[in-house]
Design a binder for this molecule. Structure first.
Ligand SMILES: [Zn+2]
Length: 173
């Protein structure tokens, strides 16, 4: 899930998108699955929709909607806050944290596609946007003169060298 729960899970567990230890699935459901990569055991924790409505029952003396929810969630038993399922999570080596295991270039746009996310279409390897469409549309590559700016290293600064000449602009139509 996204929204605040996504950040909460990342913060509490230390799992990160950048390490590939956290994956985002956009189901619109407030749930998180925790997989032990050594044992394969996995548990899916699902937020109940009841907890919010029960806040006044668990913290009747607390005024303010959000203050009451905060206090009530601390008092509620796990069984009111969550349902938990033991689940199987099929994972291939291409889903795991660690370095990229495979790279291919899309035969249409040239973009490198990692870890088997390419799609085979009539013998071509295509990236998913080329094969199936994407969440964006009408992509037009843009450049600007300052795009060629690069930090000057300490040595170059000392020698008084100027910024390198801009490379020629590339515009893809
Ligand atoms: Zn492509």
């Amino acid at each position: 899930m996204d929204r605040c729960t996504g950040d909460a899970v990342a913060h509490v567990t230390g799992a990160k998108l950048g390490r590939r230890s956290l994956k985002f699935m956009d189901y619109g459901i407030m749930a998180a699955t925790f997989v032990n990569l050594e044992t394969g055991k996995a548990f899916r924790v699902i937020s109940t929709e009841d907890a919010r409505d029960l806040a006044s029952h668990y913290a009747p003396e607390v005024l303010g909607k959000y203050e009451q929810q905060l206090e009530a969630y601390k008092r509620m038993p796990d069984s009111v806050l969550f349902r938990v399922e033991e689940v199987e999570v099929p994972l291939s080596e291409f889903d795991l944290p660690g370095p990229t295991r495979r790279k291919v270039s899309c035969n249409r746009c040239g973009q490198v596609v990692r870890d088997h996310r390419e799609v085979a279409v009539n013998g071509d390897n295509l990236c998913q946007p080329c094969a199936n469409g994407a969440y964006f549309k009408d992509a037009r590559e843009v450049t600007w003169p300052e795009m060629n700016w690069a930090p000057v290293s300490g040595k170059q600064k000392a020698a008084g060298s100027k910024r390198s000449e801009p490379l020629s602009l590339r515009v893809q139509t």
